[in-house]
Design a binder for this molecule. Structure first.
Ligand code: HPA
Length: 248
C-alpha cells in the first residue's frame, strides 16, 4: 500500500475531511493509550491522507483532556511522517480577524498540568529537543506553497499562544498575550507541537480564526455558534489545500 502522504488533525468544527474517498477506519492503540477516536485514511487527489478529530468526532474531549501523545503516536504508527494540525483560534493581532487562515511560525505555551513530553515514564530517555522553530520550517513552506497553488489565502507567520481553556480568556489575559507578542490564541497548540518534535514528526499548524479574542476587534460575547459558522466559512478552501499539500 502507498505511504500516508499527510496526516491531518482536525480541531473544533472540523470533525471529518468529506473530500476523502475510499475511506478505511483504523482503531489504533498506542503505548500512551487510545487516540481521540478512529483514524480515517482515504484518498485525496490520488494520495493517501489520514484524518483524526482531536476532540473526538462528536467533540466530547476538552482541550486539557486530549491524549496528545496517543494521537500523534497513532498517526506515526500508521506510517505518517508529516502532520498538518488544524487549530481553531481567536484572533489577537490586527491581521488575524475572523475567517482568516494563518500558518504561524512561533508559539508561546501558557498551558499547565498537561502531559507534555514523552519523557514521563520512569526510565524513559530524556529528550531535550530543539524547539526554536516550533513548526517544521520545510512543512510550513509546503503549506504556503500549496495554498498559493490553489488560490487559498493563508497568512504567513504569527505567534500562537496556547491557553489552558476550556473557558475563554479574560480581556486582561488577552492584553497580556498581545504584549507578549501573540497574534492568535487557542487551547490545543501545546503540547501537541512539542510532542510532534519529540516524536520526530514534521508538523505545521493551519490556524482557522473563528472570532476576535476577548477585547480585540469588535469582539462582543464569543458564542459557539459564531465560532462554528466562521470555521465552516473559512474551511471552504481546505480540501484543495490539503490535496495539494499531500501531493508535495
Ligand atoms: N480563545 C481561545 N481559544 C479559542 C478562541 C479564543 O478566543 N476561539 C477559538 N478557540
Amino acid at each position: 500500500m502507498d505511504d500516508i502522504a499527510l496526516a491531518v488533525i482536525g480541531g473544533t468544527g472540523v470533525y471529518k475531511l468529506a473530500a476523502l474517498d475510499d475511506v478505511q477506519t483504523h482503531e489504533v492503540q498506542t503505548r500512551y493509550g487510545a487516540p481521540s477516536g478512529p483514524v480515517r485514511i482515504g484518498r485525496l487527489d490520488g494520495r493517501r491522507v489520514a484524518f483524526l478529530a482531536r476532540h473526538g468526532e462528536g467533540h466530547s474531549i476538552p482541550p486539557h483532556k486530549v491524549n496528545y501523545r496517543a494521537n500523534l503516536a497513532a498517526l506515526k504508527q500508521l506510517g505518517a511522517t508529516r502532520v498538518l494540525a488544524l487549530n481553531t483560534v481567536g484572533g489577537i493581532g490586527d491581521d488575524f480577524g475572523p475567517r482568516v487562515l494563518a500558518c504561524p511560525d512561533q508559539l508561546i505555551d501558557y498551558t499547565w498540568g498537561r502531559i507534555s513530553t514523552l519523557c514521563e515514564e520512569e526510565g524513559s530517555e530524556v529528550l531535550h529537543v530543539d524547539f526554536g522553530h516550533p513548526y517544521t520550517p520545510a512543512l510550513r513552506a509546503q503549506v504556503l506553497a500549496a495554498a498559493r497553488a490553489r488560490g487559498v489565502a493563508v497568512h504567513d507567520g504569527g505567534c500562537y499562544g496556547a491557553t489552558q481553556g476550556p473557558r475563554l480568556e479574560t480581556i486582561a489575559e488577552i492584553a497580556r498575550m498581545r504584549r507578549d507578542g501573540c497574534d492568535l490564541v487557542g487551547m490545543t497548540g501545546m503540547p501537541e507541537a512539542g510532542l510532534a518534535r519529540e516524536l520526530g514528526l514534521d508538523y505545521a499548524c493551519l490556524a482557522i480564526v473563528a472570532n476576535w479574542a476577548a477585547g480585540c476587534g469588535d469582539a462582543a460575547e464569543i458564542t459557539m455558534d459564531e465560532v462554528l459558522a466562521n470555521v465552516a466559512a473559512a474551511s471552504a478552501g481546505l480540501p484543495a489545500l490539503v490535496g495539494e499539500l499531500a501531493r508535495g
